[in-house]
Design a protein around this ligand. Structure first.
Ligand SMILES: O=P(O)(O)O[C@H]1O[C@H](CO)[C@@H](O)[C@H]1O
Length: 369
């Protein structure tokens, strides 16, 4: 966690070292002295202890209320508080009577997935209070409520990426909004580079799992104070992509007769916006990555944290070059969007059939109750 410093003093560290929010057992308040050691390291002592403290360190008075304020600022700016997210959810709930069960995120060039939705009510991101705006070509920037295969759904035509300048928590904040709107399932889609040599441009990869490389570097959408109203501090990720929905997708793909163009694999998200070097792609392949993009992973982590059931697929929009003499063209976003558009009908059909099948399951389950 960064951003909690005054004059180089780590406020969070000071707070943690100095006891409860209401003062210590001896009735001392939690205002305390933080010491900035000459070597740049920081240590803290309580106000009372410090009277006897006679070393060379520079002393800085740290106010408990100020710490709380700073924490709130960071939570609101980067993580969005539960209350703020609820306000955004209420904005929709007050304006539409549709109560979606499934949330869909349309990837680059895949806006048309939402064309299958009927009885739509659309909200431009720019009109939604406290909502970010899409800045990437191929992402319309609209939230669409309606019905798909008879199921109430909500679709995001446009997502937020880290490279746009949004922190990860803000990129995936809409997932929490959709949770509070009432969805139970998240269907995420993306455009991705095919790293598995068997993948062709235009193929689909059902996401079986992901590798959270940004998480390896300590960057997570769940970073910061945890609000248990969303989920636990340490959520498991072993069933991140629901195994029943993966099985269902296999069946649907067979029914569609497209099994030769569809794979199951591992996705990873890099920060972007640059595409990868050959050396990076070689490393990712060794790690077991099949498709690479710049989204989805943080959305799925956020979705699993708040107990949504997740299904995701990648449209392979380009082949990644893993040697310097490769004849593959350099990746470029125009091509990514173009391939998305050229494969919109197959991606749309997969989505519709999955939702039709899932709707039948849900009906059956409800019938049995
Ligand atoms: O993941 P989506 O949003 O589909 O878009 C993918 O396509 C863009 C790069 O061409 C990046 O934003 C990458 O993440």
């Amino acid at each position: 966690m960064t951003g909690f410093t005054i004059n180089g003093t780590d406020l969070l560290k000071s707070k943690a070292l100095n006891g409860s929010a209401n003062g210590d057992a001896n009735g001392r308040s939690n205002n305390y002295i933080a010491e900035e050691c000459p070597n740049g390291a920081t240590s803290s002592t309580s106000n009372a202890n410090n009277a006897n403290n006679n070393n060379n360190s520079q002393q800085i008075y740290v106010d408990e209320a100020e710490v709380e304020n700073r924490m709130k600022m960071v939570i609101n700016e980067e993580n969005y508080s539960y209350e703020l997210i609820k306000e955004i959810a209420d904005y929709f709930l007050e304006r539409t009577s549709i109560r979606p069960v499934i949330g869909i995120i349309c990837g680059s060039g895949l806006n048309s997935l939402a064309d299958h939705i009927t009885d739509i009510q659309a909200f431009d991101y720019k009109d939604i209070p406290n909502f970010p705006v899409s800045t990437v070509e191929g992402h319309v920037g609209r939230m669409i409520f309606g019905y798909l295969e008879g199921m109430p759904v909500v679709a995001m035509q446009g997502r937020f990426h880290y490279y746009e300048g949004y922190p990860l928590a803000k990129c995936s904040m809409p997932v929490r909004v959709l949770k509070l709107v009432g969805i139970k399932y998240l269907f995420a889609t993306n455009a991705a580079g095919g790293l598995n040599p068997k993948y062709k441009v235009g193929d689909i990869m059902i996401v079986r799992d992901h590798i959270n490389i940004m998480g390896f570097a300590g960057n997570s959408p769940l970073q910061g104070p945890n609000d248990p109203r969303f989920g636990p501090r340490f959520p498991p990720m072993t069933n991140a992509y629901d195994r029943h929905l993966v099985r269902k997708a296999r069946k649907v793909v067979r029914e569609m007769g497209i099994e030769n163009d569809v794979h199951e694999g591992v996705y990873t998200c890099l920060g972007g916006p640059n595409y990868e070097t050959v050396a990076e792609l070689k490393m990712l392949r060794i790690m077991g990555v099949d498709a690479v993009g710049m989204s989805t992973v943080h959305e799925v982590i956020t979705a699993r944290h708040c107990d949504l059931t997740v299904f995701a697929f990648s449209l392979i929009t380009n082949k990644c070059a893993t040697d310097y003499d490769s004849s593959e063209e350099d990746a470029n976003h125009e091509e990514v969007v173009m391939v998305g558009k050229s494969r919109q009908s197959i991606c749309g059909e997969l989505m519709c059939r999955m939702i039709r099948d899932l709707a039948q399951d849900i009906q059956q389950k409800n019938g049995k109750k």
